[in-house]
Design a protein around this ligand. Structure first.
Ligand SMILES: [Zn+2]
Length: 214
């Protein structure tokens, strides 16, 4: 499988990536993950990326692309394919990715655009509660703690995180839509884009993705 998952925070990309990973052995590659790996391994690229990150700056396109190319060439990825999550973020990165995959003779199969109405995402995310001490995550409806207001793990108070306030979520969704629009257009033009109704059960979404790539 060689696919990209595009979708706003809270739409269920992580769930799909986890399902595909555990059932098909396909690894999820994201910018965060490749940065962490390279930094941990203290490679030249990792040290370079770390310099930018520690100064609070964005890692330049060239460095990110070089890391992604390296990761894509790993034997496990060659064998089972990949799910890209959060990459490419720009048309420039998408172009570079196309070139890398073309050289490797591993072209993209599909780009899945997971969609759900903003209000559904807001209600999913704004119900999230985080433990003030250990960071455990709960949900007021889907995964309430045993004792209301307190963490099951460490008994500390649990609260709505500032990231998960409805207004903050709406703003994140707006920024996401704006920044991904050119990338979505790019893949639509290439005929690779598949819009997926992500309001359905995770299992049904999974089946659709598998059907499209088998
Ligand atoms: Zn806790």
């Amino acid at each position: 499988m060689r696919v990209i998952l595009i979708g706003p925070p809270g739409v269920g990309k992580g769930t799909q990536a986890a399902l595909i990973g555990s059932r098909k052995g396909v690894q999820t590659l994201s910018s965060g993950e490749i940065f962490r790996r390279e930094i941990e391994a203290q490679t030249d690229l990792g040290r370079l990326a770390q310099r930018y990150i520690s100064h609070g700056e964005l890692v330049p396109n060239g460095v990110t692309i070089e890391m992604m190319a390296k990761r894509l060439r790993e034997s496990e990825v060659r064998k089972h394919g990949f799910i890209l999550d959060g990459f490419p973020r720009t048309v420039k990165q998408a172009d570079a990715l196309n070139e890398i995959l073309f050289d490797m003779e591993m072209p993209l199969q599909k780009v899945f655009w997971l969609q759900a109405p903003d209000e559904l995402i807001v209600s999913r995310l704004s119900g999230r509660l985080g433990c003030t001490k250990c960071g455990a995550i709960y949900h007021s409806v889907n995964k309430p703690p045993t004792r209301e207001g307190f963490c099951d793990v460490c008994n500390s108070p649990i609260v709505v995180r500032s990231d998960d306030q409805p207004e903050t979520i709406r703003e994140r969704l707006r920024v996401f839509r704006e920044s991904t629009a050119p990338v979505i257009e790019y893949y639509k033009d290439l005929g690779l884009l598949v819009a997926v109704d992500a309001t359905r059960d995770a299992e049904e979404v999974y089946k659709e993705i598998i059907r499209e790539t088998d």
